[in-house]
Write a protein that binds this ligand. Structure first.
Ligand code: UDP
Ligand code: MG
Length: 190
């Protein structure tokens, strides 16, 4: 893990973001749990800017970037894109936005993402909003949302659930142990 963090640190200009004081909330939950849907609701009332790590990666893939093919392959397999790529996109989006409050949706997805983000940016989240949704409901939502995504098919969905259980839940457990996880009191999957 140390090597990857070092690589991420080396590739990023951490000082750029260090000069901007920001409040960050991570919005986490399984694939199709409604992270993006609820972020869109939250921004209307609380003055946050919504940054979806998945949307940033899809835009980077579609921009013809040198990482496009790698990102496309990772998404199609439900795998987690290397931290340095995602962190750079998040840093750029934060710096480009004239706001200091951000909801980051769908990141960090594993312990290495989490540690690299903290080490590169020096930022810890205020708290983590966690959408806990049953696998049955998430599957129903993913298969009915029709957004033309290459990963919303049953084969990839199974892989995404596996990655979520094995790699992403430990991140939520980590923040829970620090008392930073907030679960919405009323959450109805729309
Ligand atoms: N992804 C990633 N790192 C991130 C966020 C997303 O590698 O920080 C990739 C990963 O392959 C994931 C896909 O993008 O399966 C879609 O993520 P998104 O958050 O858009 O989907 P959701 O969790 O809503 O299904
Ligand atoms: Mg999403």
């Amino acid at each position: 893990m140390g090597t990857v963090i070092d690589a991420a640190t080396k590739d990023n200009d951490g000082s750029a973001l260090a000069s901007k004081k920001v409040t960050i909330i991570f919005v986490l939950g399984g694939p199709g749990s409604g992270k993006g849907t609820q972020c869109a609701n939250i921004v209307q009332h609380y003055g946050y800017t919504h940054l979806s790590a998945g949307d940033l990666l899809r835009a980077e893939r579609d921009s013809g970037s040198e990482n496009g093919t790698m990102i496309d392959n990772m998404i199609a397999e439900g795998k987690i894109v290397p931290s340095e790529v995602t962190i750079k996109l998040l840093e750029r989006a934060i710096l480009e936005t004239d706001n200091d409050k951000f909801l980051i949706d769908g990141f960090p997805r594993n312990e290495e993402n989490r540690a690299a983000f903290e080490s590169v940016t020096g930022i810890e989240p205020e708290f983590v909003l966690f959408f806990d949704c049953s696998e049955e409901e998430m599957t129903r939502r993913l298969l009915s949302r029709n957004q033309g995504r290459t990963d919303d098919n049953i084969e990839t969905i199974k892989k995404r659930f596996k990655v979520y259980m094995e790699s992403s839940l430990p991140v939520i457990e980590y923040y829970n142990s620090k008392g930073k996880v907030r679960r919405p009191i009323i959450y109805i999957c729309p």
